[in-house]
Write a protein that binds this ligand. Structure first.
Ligand SMILES: [Mg+2]
Length: 365
């Protein structure tokens, strides 16, 4: 099939604040509403590509939208060829730097561009990229933030098994090792046998403290320890990974694939979990997947479960999909979870589409 030629016509971006089913209380911050920017890439041919961007802060949404205006000024009238457009935009933004909200705008545009191409070809994104749409093992990453009482964490853990999840993720980084252990043990005691428990420190510890707490967790049957220390201390991460029996997982903060190259060269982790936006959209993800395959390292996703389900289907060392339900309220067709697997629908493209009434309801003021 010859892919239809598409020409960039317009980009529309709408900010929404979607209430979260479960509060996300990390060691850094508690988040109760997900600020999302919904991005539509319109083409001259009438095909539209979609992406949503998690903004971390509501204030970032209008800022990214303004940068998308600059993206449009740069590529309006160009063919939708994501690799070439990424290169053109990277050149356009070289002085400010492809990082932060600039990268967020570029990545959202890139995701929408691949979506438009797959839709125009009449194929799901996974098929368009040469793979087969399939169910992907997912862990429930909603909630399980820091709480005052271990029993409250365990109660929430039990709720998160709905949908047949066989893995969940607990945030740690309490003031003491004892509190970390109390939370991990309370959750573990409540989980049926065979359910995996990941833990995430969100960069809370020093290298020394990570080794001390990690060694204690080695006896607790934890599946991986995520981001124990600041994300860019790859030498420190390597020391921790060498010191612990439990695998160390990092990657949500890799900014573009060269960061991941540096991390892997430093042997800083056992597993990687790039973030669709920070790694550089679908274009960046595919480069990361090739790198992970070359190094034989297992690769999971971070956020963006709908698009990541398609991408993990074409990732040779695919590991786990991180499931969050944050966008469900504004999606026409939320990602389905069946027996703990993410099951993409058979819609063309990446499967995203907005529930217009819900978008109006949650629109940012
Ligand atoms: Mg994390």
């Amino acid at each position: 099939m010859t892919p239809a030629k598409l020409i960039v016509r317009n980009i529309r971006a709408v900010g929404v604040k979607v209430p979260m089913t479960y509060v996300l209380g990390t060691s850094q911050q508690a988040v109760r509403e997900a600020p999302l920017l919904l991005v539509d890439l319109e083409t001259e041919e009438g095909v539209t590509g979609y992406a949503w961007q998690f903004c971390y802060l509501p204030a970032a949404a209008p800022a990214i939208a303004v940068l998308l205006e600059e993206v449009l000024r740069t590529v309006k009238g160009d063919p939708v060829a994501p690799l070439e457009l990424w290169a053109k935009l990277a050149k356009r933004f070289v002085l400010i730097g492809v990082q932060g909200i600039v990268r967020m705008a570029m990545a959202a545009f890139d995701v929408a561009a691949w979506d438009a191409l797959a839709r125009a070809a009449g194929m799901p994104l996974a098929s368009y990229l040469g793979g087969t749409l399939r169910a992907v093992p997912a862990y429930n990453s909603c909630g399980l933030g820091l709480k005052d009482e271990p029993a409250a964490v365990a109660d929430e853990a039990q709720k998160l098994l709905a949908g047949g999840f066989r893995a969940i993720k607990l945030r740690l980084g309490y003031p003491t090792l004892e509190a970390d252990l109390a939370a991990a043990r309370a959750v573990r005691a409540r989980l049926p046998a065979g359910v995996s428990l990941m833990v995430d420190y969100n960069q809370a510890l020093t290298v020394e403290e990570a080794i001390r707490r990690g060694r204690a967790l080695d006896g607790e049957g934890v599946y991986w320890i995520e981001e124990p220390i600041r994300h860019d201390d790859f030498a420190g991460c390597a020391e921790i990974a060498r010191s612990l029996a439990t695998p160390v997982q990092i990657g949500e903060n890799f900014s573009l694939v060269h960061d991941m190259e540096r991390a892997l060269a430093a042997q800083s982790c056992d597993y990687v979990m790039p973030d669709l936006e920070r790694i550089g959209g679908v274009t960046g993800w595919r480069r990361a997947a090739e790198l992970a395959a070359a190094k034989g390292i297992k690769m999971s996703s971070h956020l963006y479960p709908e698009v990541s389900a398609h991408l993990l289907a074409v990732t040779p060392t695919a590991h786990w999909l991180e499931y969050v339900d944050w966008a469900n309220a504004i999606l026409e067709e939320p990602l389905r979870i069946v027996e703990g697997n993410a099951v993409p629908g058979s819609r063309f493209g990446n499967g995203l589409g907005w529930d217009k009434l819900a978008v109006r309801k949650y629109a940012m003021a």
